[in-house]
Design a protein around this ligand. Sequence first.
Ligand code: HEC
Length: 160
Amino acid sequence: MRSKWIAAVVSLAAVGMLGLGLSQASSVSSTPVPVALDGDGPLHEIMEGVNKQNNTLRKGVRTAVAYKKSYEEVLAASEEMVKLAKKAQEVKEYAEKLNKVKEWNDLSQKFTESAEQLLTIVKDKQKTQKEANDQWKAMGKTCTDCHNVFRIDEEDPFGR
Ligand code: HEC
């Protein structure tokens, strides 16, 4: 998929300009082209953060004991997830390149809303671990829905 590679290289330049991917930008200068093949698109940095928070959430909402024990971490991760989801909403390059801006807006909005809902549940001490866990799962569905449309395999984000 040569056109995709080119898109990725172009996106990288855009990321550098947005100041989002400084670490990648610096690695680009030392390793000219192949970096783009590792899935360093404009969302890479945001998605790495999303993935990190998601792992914290997965562990934290798993059982009532875990929820109680790591409540502060779960709360922080939920807050961070909302911020990251909002950031993802603003990254349109990927969708523009695939001519799927409408889908992007829709899917990233659903992601943001479900993250906000999770935060609301976590903040509410009346809510149970089960409710948090159910909402975390519902949010996970918004990840999959978007990855399906943009054909992202989490092992190989560009689906190659
Ligand atoms: C609105 C669309 C959208 C949503 C929602 C979304 N992702 Fe992604 N995700 C992408 C795109 C696009 C990429 C490819 C990014 C790249 O590398 O350029 C990606 C890549 C990834 C990757 C690959 C690693 C990387 O750094 O590129 C992981 C892991 C990931 N997403 C996890 C998640 C998780 C977990 C959620 C939900 C909590 C989520 N994503 C929600 C669009 C989305």
